[in-house]
Design a binder for this molecule. Structure first.
Ligand code: NAD
Length: 485
């Protein structure tokens, strides 16, 4: 099926661009569906995009003009949703690609949003906190003026180079310029807990990466094909990027999954220790020395890129897009590539890895934990009540009642100390974090099962199966709206 009619004929990685890469993957999946071409074009198209420039005053008194973007890929569900990244190379192609990935991602995990993405062309490390605040507030103001932000319109979240701090500036700016909208807290997610954020959001993407990899490794048949034992225990893992996503994914894989983190890569280079690295010790070392290099007991690797080629079971690129290309794909030794970052593997490199028999766990599925928990945060903001607040005591008393009833029925045998311990330990209602994590775990498990079923049914790779699942769900939304047959 000819989906890329506007792309140049020689489709090497650079000429295709990031949006072209995503559309190439979309095209592969579209061929596996039976939707009319017009429906597929509509699903693939990027609905709205803005580019704007604004001045900010630097701390030294000079004026600098900053460029910002926001793309809303699909309005089949409202609001649209997607992160804001601060990076010097942000461009129109990138935000369109990332917003498209958001649409597919939301569909895959059944989060009722369209996809969006924004960006500001700055290297955040070169700006003071005050300057970053001025940039963030002005960027928000511009989005608001153009109707590209609001609880039912478009809801940003953190991405590369932004975090809770920026999200709280965005919310505060919206409060200042807005009216008394009761739902204004829901105009942005990834906020600090004290300002309407939800417990578990900060680590949600990394935790979702953990659940996704755990799910993929749980199928004995799939692991056998790779020559691996099922489960995560003692799997050798290399992680690129120790930021929000990479850090939490690596830490949870190590602490809850029992995996062996044998390599970590950051901007300054990488470290390798086949006996296993403690993620928190590496972070502490970096804070102390300013670098992950020279970590006691580990071997230094000159560049972050070289670390991708280390021997391991699972490779997790968790920093940037386009780090695995046709150039280095033949040298990748991992059996599983788990895309925690957005678009880390080019579509052509993906072909090479598939041919090598590597199991790809695609970004459109694997890093959906962030948007899933953002959805929980948005729901919390709209309902104006903390998850679990209404039910926690009730659940606690219910558990106690059940235990007391069991005690009465087995009065002669039940040990009173054991009963007290059980009431204390088991009879505890679910906290907001428990609910968020369990909702996230269920979402990731359910979505993986759906993707795996499509993969088996159509005999396609995991990425194509994930896109097929997304396309079918978005097409169904359009059908339900009566827009398409
Ligand atoms: P972040 O800014 O918190 O961390 C990125 C890390 O990568 C930083 O520590 C940075 O120093 C490091 N890095 C940059 N260039 C590198 C290189 N060449 N080699 C090794 N490390 C390098 O960003 P993040 O939020 O963790 O996002 C990482 C990726 O995950 C991005 O692709 C983003 O789009 C994606 N993602 C993030 C979220 C989220 O909730 N934050 C959700 C979905 C997807």
């Amino acid at each position: 099926m000819q989906m890329n009619t506007e792309s140049p004929p020689a489709q090497d990685e650079s000429s295709l661009g990031f949006f072209g890469q995503v559309n190439r993957m979309f095209g592969n999946a579209a061929e596996q569906t039976e939707h009319p071409l017009g429906v597929l074009y509509q699903i693939r198209a990027c609905d709205n995009i803005i580019r704007f420039e604004f001045p900010i005053k630097r701390d030294d008194g000079t004026i600098q003009v900053i460029r910002g973007y926001r793309a809303e890929h699909s309005h089949h569900k409202k609001p649209t949703k997607g992160g804001i990244r601060y990076a010097p190379n942000v461009n129109v192609d990138e935000v369109m690609a990332l917003s498209a990935l958001m649409s597919y991602k939301c569909a895959i995990v059944d989060v009722p949003f369209g996809g969006a993405k924004g960006g500001v062309c700055i290297d955040a490390r070169n700006y003071s906190q005050d300057e970053l605040e001025r940039i963030t507030r002005r960027y928000t103001f511009e989005l608001s003026r153009k109707d590209f932000i609001g609880p039912g319109t478009d809801v940003p979240a953190p991405d590369y180079g932004t975090g809770e701090r920026e999200m709280s500036w965005i919310m505060d700016t919206m409060h200042q310029i807005g009216d008394d909208d009761l739902n204004s807290l829901a105009c942005v997610t990834g906020k600090p807990v004290g300002q309407g954020g939800v417990r578990g959001r900060t680590e949600a993407t990394g935790r979702g990466v953990y659940y996704g990899i755990r799910e993929a490794c749980s199928f004995e048949e799939d692991m056998q094909e790779l020559g691996l034992a099922p489960g995560l225990e003692n799997k050798d893992i290399v992680v690129q990027g120790l930021g929000n996503v990479g850090y939490h994914a690596a830490k949870i894989l190590e602490e809850e999954g029992g995996a062996n983190i044998v390599g970590i890569a950051e901007i300054e280079g990488a470290i390798h220790d086949p006996t296993g690295l403690s993620v928190d010790d590496v972070v502490a070392h970096r804070e102390e020395t300013g670098s992950i290099l020279d970590f006691p007991g580990a071997e230094d690797i000159e560049t972050s890129a070289k670390a991708l080629e280390l021997p391991c079971d699972i490779l997790i690129p968790a920093a940037l897009e386009g780090v695995i290309t046709t150039d280095n794909a033949p040298r990748i030794q991992a059996s599983i590539v788990a895309e925690a970052a957005n678009g880390p593997v080019t579509s052509q490199a993906d072909d090479i890895l598939q041919e090598k028999g590597v199991l790809m766990i695609p970004d459109v599925y694997l890093n959906a934990g962030g948007v899933t928990v953002s959805y929980f945060e948005w729901l919390r903001n709209l309902s104006h009540v903390r998850h679990g607040r209404m039910s926690r005591r009730f659940e606690e008393r219910n558990a106690e009642r059940i235990l007391r009833a069991v005690d009465e029925l087995t009065a002669e045998d039940f040990d009173e100390d054991l009963l007290e311990t059980l009431i204390e330990q088991v009879g505890f209602g679910a906290s907001e974090r428990d609910l968020v994590n369990s909702g996230l775990e269920d979402t990731m498990a359910q979505a993986y099962t759906e993707i795996r079923d499509v993969r088996k049914e159509k005999n396609v790779d995991t990425r194509t199966a994930a896109f097929v699942s997304a396309i079918n769900k978005i097409a169904q939304s359009y059908q339900q709206m009566g827009i398409f047959p």
